[in-house]
Design a binder for this molecule. Structure first.
Ligand SMILES: Cc1cc2nc3c(=O)[nH]c(=O)nc-3n(C[C@H](O)[C@H](O)[C@H](O)COP(=O)(O)OP(=O)(O)OC[C@H]3O[C@@H](n4cnc5c(N)ncnc54)[C@H](O)[C@@H]3O)c2cc1C
Length: 472
């Protein structure tokens, strides 16, 4: 018996992908573009620029190095269904789904040699319903498209805090928004998913039809179906469209006061209309820049006194907060429209503890970053930015999620407050492509170890019940 080698499996996968591309190109020549460098490239040469754009527009440039055998740009659910049926005929073919291409993780929405189904080009419309109660959104839309669709009527959806992030991956991954303490995660605000199932059937998932699929898609990622349309709840945007927000930069010497105030804010959550994203950046080499920078938001033109608790008592070095509109705020820092940097990310989920303890944990985190940076001289040949972002996940979010039918994210209001710490590293010099993800892993593992050593098993703020060993 001939035992297939790994190489022959790879060759089989590549041949199968080409078979699927051939079928797609035959049925949908205007929607299927071959890799311009492949032997079939001349067949779709006129659309080669579509291939180049879709292949290169990834937040993480590591993905942009992958060359799909072809890219399929569907314009409706039936075409996606056909693609799924062709993929089923060639089960060895690899494929990937791309909405906004903003996921940090290498390979998650890109494929080397497989079939890429890209939604941004032809399935990205966003419209507000005539009664103003919901948005219909294609999976390839970016959040800026949705905010623009609601702007005239002062309506907003629970979505990304930056405009260039894709709707598809964001919602399916949960989606933490400035509006989450009021309305839950982005996924909690999906009224209906139009989907293509694994067998190619086009159907819907909502509270009445396929409710278990509706629940699973809310945070369950790409495992259960391909989404071809989202119907999202529309909410009032601030007051007459006016909201408040911006960034406050603090002295690095104030970081412990900031850590403590963030933890207090998560515990007390003085006003559900308020939100913050605390970021602690380390510009490398040498950590030359390392200032806390907090994004502030209030769902109204001016926050009332006390809306941010003791965060307001710490004097910033620079303050850009002002009355604005949601679309303008989502465009700050360029709306996150950056392509091609090399990036890696890891998330640690911690319980929010007593603010003094949380501050101690984040001080350990800060020092871990500093140590990583200073102990490696090879970093002097690169420009790198490391960031840790402790995102408040108050019990208010879990309550709002429950009120909307629950989701697959595992949050429960009785389990108390949490903080999701996002650790990011971006770098320029490809020489770090192997080492940098390892630095980041060490960072995340180091922070987990510090937590286990000092605080494991302690109850989070606003804890009511639940297995503390699991929660903490
Ligand atoms: C600058 C920046 C800011 C961010 N801000 C936030 C934030 O405020 N809150 C937050 O929660 N997250 C935030 N994120 C994380 C972001 O939500 C995720 O990276 C998300 O996956 C991006 O969605 P996307 O559609 O752009 O991703 P893509 O890379 O296109 O896709 C991500 C995943 O979704 C799957 N997918 C895409 N489309 C479909 C579909 N139609 N059907 C089924 N599966 C599909 C893909 O297979 C892949 O697994 C941010 C990321 C960046 C880079």
């Amino acid at each position: 018996m001939k035992i297939p080698t790994i190489l022959s499996f790879g060759a089989l996968a590549a041949a199968s992908s080409i078979d699927v591309c051939e079928k797609l190109h035959k049925h949908y020549p205007e929607y299927t573009v071959w890799d311009p460098l492949s032997p079939q490239g001349p067949e779709s040469a006129l659309n080669a620029s579509m291939y180049r754009t879709a292949r290169s527009e990834y937040w993480n440039g590591v993905n942009a190095r992958n060359r799909p055998a072809c890219i399929f740009f569907p314009s409706n659910a039936e075409q996606v269904s056909d693609a799924v049926k062709h993929l089923n005929e060639h089960p060895n073919a690899e494929f990937a789904l791309k909405s906004g291409g903003h996921n940090f993780n290498a390979g998650i929405s890109s494929t080397a040699g497989g079939v890429l189904i890209s939604f941004n080009e032809n399935l990205s419309s966003a419209t507000l319903s005539s009664d103003g109660k919901s948005f219909e959104v294609g999976p390839g839309a970016r959040w800026g498209d949705v905010y623009e669709a609601g702007a005239k009527d002062n309506k907003i959806a629970v979505g990304g805090r930056l405009s260039n992030i894709g709707v598809g991956g964001f919602i399916l991954g949960g989606g933490l928004s400035y509006l989450s303490a009021q309305y839950g995660l982005a996924c909690d605000n999906v009224i209906d998913f139009e989907v293509v199932l694994g067998n190619g059937t086009v159907t819907h998932a909502n509270s009445k039809t396929n409710p278990d699929l509706w629940w699973a898609l809310k945070g369950g990622g790409n495992r259960f179906a391909i989404v071809t349309k989202f119907t999202l709840k529309a909410h009032p945007a601030g007051v007459d469209g006016k909201v408040w927000g911006g960034i406050r930069f603090y002295s690095r010497n104030d970081r412990q006061a900031v850590f403590e105030a963030v933890s207090e804010f998560v515990r007390d959550y003085p006003d559900p209309k308020s939100a913050v994203i605390p970021t602690f950046d380390f510009g490398l080499p040498g950590a030359a820049v390392s200032n806390p920078a907090l994004f502030f938001f209030y769902d109204g033109p001016t926050p009332p006194a006390g809306a941010f608790g003791s965060l307001d008592k710490i004097k910033p070095l620079l303050n850009t907060t002002d009355t604005t509109t949601y679309p303008e705020l989502a465009d700050q820092t360029g709306g996150g429209k950056i392509y091609g940097i090399n990036a890696a990310a890891r998330v640690n989920a911690f319980p929010n503890l007593d603010p003094k303890k949380t501050s101690e944990l984040f001080e350990d985190h800060w020092k871990l970053y500093q140590d990583q940076i200073k102990n490696d001289s090879s970093r002097n040949i690169d420009i790198q930015i490391g960031t840790f972002t402790p995102q408040p996940v108050s019990v208010l979010i879990a309550k709002a999620s429950q009120a909307n039918g629950g989701n697959a994210m595992g949050l429960h209001p009785d389990h108390g407050d949490r903080i999701w710490v996002e650790n990011d590293l971006i770098w320029v010099n490809p020489v770090c492509n192997n080492a940098c993800p390892t630095y980041l892993k060490n960072m995340g593992d180091g922070a987990n170890s510090k937590f286990d050593e000092k605080f494991k098993g302690q109850k989070p703020t606003n804890y009511k019940s639940g297995d503390v060993e699991f929660i903490s």
